[in-house]
Design a protein around this ligand. Structure first.
Ligand code: NI
Length: 171
């Protein structure tokens, strides 16, 4: 397993719509394993492939720290089929270091995704899993959580965000 470099806000890959995963092969399993390792080392609970500069529809979530029964898991070609409710929760992102802000999102979601073996699964989610799933799904659409915060919060974070984008877009 390898720890991969995480790209930061300002990098163009984070703004691309990611491509569907077509091959459920050893390469995909290795990418997912490396993403899980990278997420753990960086103490994250979710990581999307575009964050390691791979523009593919895949992300990993690990809520083991919060619930011992949950193992780190990969979600391939995910879709959000339905959503309901609304709640505010503070989010952060490994691609936007040092910034946390409240984001309003649906509470419950119904999702469909594929496993690393290519099996299709439908599942209903709520709580933190629903929250992280939606955040990571956005990464596949080129959306970052700071796009979803209130205009006032954005204004408050403005300079800090611009500094981050400026610092990282040079790379
Ligand atoms: Ni993120």
């Amino acid at each position: 397993m390898a720890v991969l470099p995480i790209i930061k806000i300002g990098h163009p890959t984070l703004r691309k719509v990611a491509e569907p995963v077509a091959a459920f092969d050893q390469e995909l399993r290795e990418l997912a394993e490396n993403m899980i390792e990278t997420m753990r080392v960086n103490e994250g609970i979710g990581l999307a492939a575009p964050q390691v500069n791979v523009s593919q529809r895949l992300f990993v979530i690990d809520l083991n720290l919060i619930d011992e029964e949950l193992e780190a898991k990969a979600y391939v070609n995910p879709e959000i089929l339905a959503s309901s409710g609304s709640e505010k929760f503070e989010e952060g992102c490994l691609s936007i270091p040092g910034i946390r802000a409240d984001v309003v999102r649906p509470t419950h979601i119904k999702v469909r995704y594929q496993t690393l073996e290519g099996e299709t699964v439908e599942e209903e989610m709520e709580g933190l899993l629903s929250r992280v799933f939606q955040h990571e799904y956005d990464h596949l659409e080129g959306i970052l959580f700071v796009d979803l915060i209130s205009p006032l919060q954005k204004k408050l974070l403005g300079t800090k965000l611009q500094e981050l984008e400026g610092a990282y877009s040079i790379r």
